[in-house]
Design a protein around this ligand. Sequence first.
Ligand code: S3P
Length: 426
Amino acid sequence: MRGDALRGELAIPGDKSVSHRAIMLAALADGVSRIDGFLEGADTRATAAIFGQLGVRIETPEPGVRIVHGVGIDGLHAPAGPLDCGNAGTAMRLLAGLLAGQRFDSVLVGDASLSGRPMRRVTEPLAAMGARIDADDGHAPLRIHGAQPLHAIEHAPAVASAQVKSALLLAGLYARGETVVREAQATRDYTERMLQAFGYPLACREGEARLQGGHRLRATDVAVPADFSSASFFLVAASLVPDSDLCLRRIGIHPRRTGLLRVLRAMGADIESIDAQGEGGELVADLRVRHAPLRGIEVAVTHVADMIDEFPVLCAAAACAQGTTTIRGAAELRVKESDRIATMVAGLRALGVTVEELPDGAVIHGGRLHGGSIESRGDHRIAMAFAVAAQAADGEVRIGDVANVATSFPGFDALARQAGFGLRNA
Ligand code: S3P
């Protein structure tokens, strides 16, 4: 349902990608690391719980903080049972690489959505490194055989994926020789920069990372920035609702994450980046967003990897913009937490929007949104994108299957209401 103008200052929860990696590297380091700004989402808590099963002591002195007692690069213990990644693709793919290098066997499982997502993109290059991973037709559960000697490879992933790159680099820690990952389209480099922060020697430049196995990690403290992907729902909502003026505090604005910022600005959005500076190794800024009329555009394919998680909310923006928005080159959206092209197209149509579905995107004709019922298919970002669209709709929007919002954005509904969203639990 429609809300008021969105105003005030908001604190957005910590970055999901950085939180996963902070737990993993702190667990493998020598010494004790403190993580501040840790995302208390179901995905990242699943990663922390898995390291508990692998023998790592992790304390939670207060929400958003973890003290990780690192066990050293060879210090993990065999788990007593399967390791449950829940809905988290990042957990499963990165752990596949990390666990392939251990002395013990392990099994990675996930929920129905994760069990339907493609895992060959990691299991095949890992097999080329000497790993033995049994998967059911390329899907979870992944049964990882320990005690396999790994050797380095050079790999150029067929799809732009930070998860694939990271899985290989984590396996590379345990491999003989130099692991090289070359990307045609550069993706987020959190794994590379965090390995360096933990004292691991690594050479990287845009689109290429290389590391030798056999070094150790040194404990360090990590300050997790606020998650740009979570902030993006508020950037779009405040752009759409008249009289809005919202400030989102200390958001991570890594250029490989902020393609949506560039696209929204090209659509006419009024978003100011204030006091941008490096904090804890990450570029962060306050983002001030004020209402502005949006116009449709053709989204350049070069932006796709830089905004891979932001297409659902971009579709919401496009549906309310003046004119037509064309999205192409984003076939990867079909294998996210849901088929995000099909799910968004179906949802927008249910709200009266004219949309053409493409194999790798959509053509969205902006205009008025009506009320209706949406199926989010258990996909957190779809549910939040339609909560945003609802703020510009002229009737009530009912969104089904919203429990998974807590995977990446616990407390979204309370924060959204605080900002002025019209939102209630049915
Ligand atoms: C992530 C990479 C992206 C993104 C996901 C988090 C990461 O996935 O969609 O939410 O933390 O490395 P891909 O690498 O599969 O594109």
